[in-house]
Design a protein around this ligand. Structure first.
Ligand code: KIV
Ligand code: NA
Length: 272
């Protein structure tokens, strides 16, 4: 068994071979990703992707713990990062610590991720100083959809200065990596060159030190909408639809189950 990378190993990948990451929410998906990913994120996107919520705002600590435990059981090689959900860390560093410690202790995560730049830097420093590795997340921060006014590209024009300041602040506070979401290419490149920790892009171009996608998006399992930055590597949703239609048709036609799926009345004789 290869031991999972530690946050410092991820940090040391700055400027090197690109970091590979996807989200996961269940044991079987974690098992599929484990050999291929440097870290797996139990994202609060679980609320939209698996629970049918309209945004990530309704995601709870209990949901993150349950999905974190499931993913942990499917990983042996990749590091696991778990998102702190909306409302669990913003009010104070102390509250962030209590919830982050609970997530780490109950799920076996190697690190937590939280959204925010300059505003959250003191909280990041507070957690890191007390033994909790933090991955930051700036640019489009979906938990702030109501103050950002939608899921728009972030940091264009004059807003670039704020985003640069955010990325610098989280790195200086001790975050071991920073997710850049929906950031224009030139700015993502500039930030990646400027900050001392790896940038992990989602909709932030190939200039980043690594990439992450929501696994259900790239597999074509979540199809309610497709952001421009998603590439579909499979169409599993369509395959599931066709499989279920075939099953329904065969059951109605009494074609399934076949003789090979049925049991004989007498137990088969044992051979020695
Ligand atoms: O919740 C999530 O899936 C995320 C990634 C998209 C970075 O935060
Ligand atoms: Na998230």
């Amino acid at each position: 068994k290869v031991s999972a990378p530690m946050p410092d190993d991820i940090r040391a990948r700055k400027g090197g071979a690109p970091l590979v990451s996807l989200t996961a929410y269940t044991t079987p998906m974690a098992q599929v990703l484990d050999p291929h990913c440097d870290f797996v994120l139990v994202g609060d996107s679980v609320g939209m992707v698996l629970h049918g919520l309209p945004s990530t705002l309704g995601v709870t600590m209990e949901m993150m713990i349950l999905h974190g435990q499931a993913v942990r059981r499917g990983l042996s090689k990749a590091m696991m990062v778990v998102d702190l959900p909306f409302g669990s860390y913003e009010a104070s560093p102390e509250e962030a610590y209590r919830n982050a410690a609970r997530l780490m202790a109950e799920t076996g995560a190697g690190a937590v991720k939280l959204e925010g730049g300059v505003t959250m830097a003191p909280t990041i420093a507070f957690l890191v100083a007390r033994g909790i590795p933090v991955m930051a997340h700036v640019g489009l921060t979906p938990q702030s959809v109501n103050t950002l006014g939608g899921y728009r590209v972030q940091g264009r024009g004059a807003a670039g200065a704020q985003l640069r300041a955010d990325a610098h602040a989280v790195a200086e506070a001790g975050a071991f990596a920073v997710v850049l979401e929906k950031v224009p290419e030139g700015l993502a490149d500039e930030i990646t060159r400027a900050v001392p920790v790896p940038t992990v892009g989602i909709g932030a171009s190939a200039a980043c030190d690594g990439q992450i996608l929501v696994v259900d998006d790239m597999l074509g399992l979540f199809t309610a909408f497709k952001p421009k930055f998603v590439k579909r590597y499979a169409t599993l949703g369509e395959q599931a639809e066709a499989a279920v239609a075939a099953y329904a048709e065969e059951v109605r036609a009494r074609q399934f189950p076949g003789p090979e799926h049925a049991f004989a009345d007498a137990a088969p004789e044992k051979r020695s």
